[in-house]
Design a binder for this molecule. Structure first.
Ligand SMILES: Nc1ncnc2c1ncn2[C@@H]1O[C@H](COP(=O)(O)OP(=O)(O)OP(=O)(O)O)[C@@H](O)[C@H]1O
Ligand SMILES: N[C@@H](CCO)C(=O)O
Length: 330
């Protein structure tokens, strides 16, 4: 019997799409070391009326005002369709999206909403309706929703956001994504400058074809990185973290990126890259001390003002091994 105490809450973390060497095929979930929830939260609770969506949070006003255009609403429709196909009863629920992630940031903002929504719905049904979809089925739905919003099917944000850790997308629909050993003693400085770059626009600047030299370099960098992850060879892994597929073409969309990249590399960063399709920059550091110094520098040199206001932020992060996680009921 449903009642008004039935409620679950799920957090889904930010992620670094591509990780420089794996365009559309590598992604890593991150979490700030100070405990800030860098990601979106979705609550699902019993409704005795009809299903609904409320959007709150710092970046709520950046989303479409009607709920039908919010990807979280599309997630509910897709989930209900899957329930019907599985001959399960569909119940009315009220969803609340706490939109903590800036849109078009390169932090996998839409993936955070998609993963938090679908994972929360699955948890709700598992807890109160004794039915749930498998993780694999969930990831497929998440990919479908991410494709709807960005115009192409790529799992490099939804897979790490859902599973956590460093994920490699494999061309096998029965697997989709495999966890790679990551460097969890490293620190990843994430600097979001406060401007918006849409994934769609950042894909449109990419060439349709690449030279043989680029193809060889890309294959060699990705293969060397994956091998070094398995051997936990940090120096080797980060020495090849160079993007030949997207970064050379996207730099022009990212004011101050090249200067920041060159400065941080000269100061001893293990690597610097564009997170996803940008504009967030990530920098890999050996020590927390170095990460904090870089964070301070990026705050003064990479964040930007839009109409006299700054929406940017910088966080010192580590790998988020958990991915989407239930939050204690408030
Ligand atoms: N809940 C939601 N979260 C994020 N974007 C949403 C959501 N609902 C609808 N949208 C719309 O989807 C589009 C998302 O664009 P885009 O794919 O560039 O963003 P993103 O996922 O935030 O980017 P990134 O992966 O670089 O962080 C925007 O037009 C936004 O208004
Ligand atoms: N891998 C995709 C999305 C990253 O968020 C891209 O770089 O366009």
């Amino acid at each position: 019997m449903a009642n008004n105490k039935q409620k679950v809450s799920v957090f889904a973390p930010a992620s670094i799409g591509n990780v420089s060497v794996g365009f559309d095929v590598l992604g890593m979930a991150v979490k700030p070391v100070d405990g800030t929830l860098l990601g979106d939260v979705v609550d699902v609770e019993y409704s005795d009326n009809s299903s609904d969506l409320i959007v709150i949070g710092q970046f709520a006003d950046k989303l479409p005002s009607n709920k039908e255009d919010n990807i979280v609403w599309s997630c509910l429709l897709l989930f209900n369709q899957a329930l019907a196909q599985a001959n399960q009863e569909v119940v009315d629920v009220s969803l609340t999206l706490d939109k903590k992630m800036p849109v078009g940031s390169g932090l996998g903002s839409s993936a955070c909403s998609v993963v938090a929504a679908l994972a929360a719905l699955n948890l709700y049904y598992q807890t109160f309706q004794q039915f749930s979809f498998s993780k694999q089925e969930m990831l497929e739905m998440m990919g479908q929703m991410e494709a709807q919003i960005s115009g192409s099917l790529h799992y490099d944000n939804v897979a790490p956001c859902y599973y956590g850790g460093l994920q490699l997308m494999v061309p096998d629909e029965k697997v989709i994504s495999r966890t790679l050993p990551s460097f969890n003693d490293c620190f990843y400085v994430m600097a979001y400058p406060g401007i918006e770059v849409s994934t769609k626009a950042a894909r449109e600047v990419l060439p349709a074809q690449y030279s043989r030299a680029d193809v060889i370099r890309h294959g060699q960098n990705l293969a060397t990185f994956v091998d070094a992850c398995h051997r936990q060879d940090k120096q080797q892994a980060f020495s090849v973290l160079t993007d030949v597929v997207a970064e050379p073409y996207r730099t022009s969309l990212l004011p101050k990126y090249q200067q920041a990249h060159d400065y941080l590399m000269a100061q001893g960063a293990l690597a610097v890259g564009i997170s996803g399709s940008g504009p967030t920059l990530f920098s890999v550091c050996q020590s927390e001390q170095q990460a904090k110094e870089f964070a301070q520098w990026l705050e003064s040199h990479y964040l930007q003002e839009v109409n006299g206001q700054s929406f940017g932020f910088v966080h010192v992060c580590q790998v988020d091994e958990n991915g989407a996680a239930e939050l204690a009921a408030k």
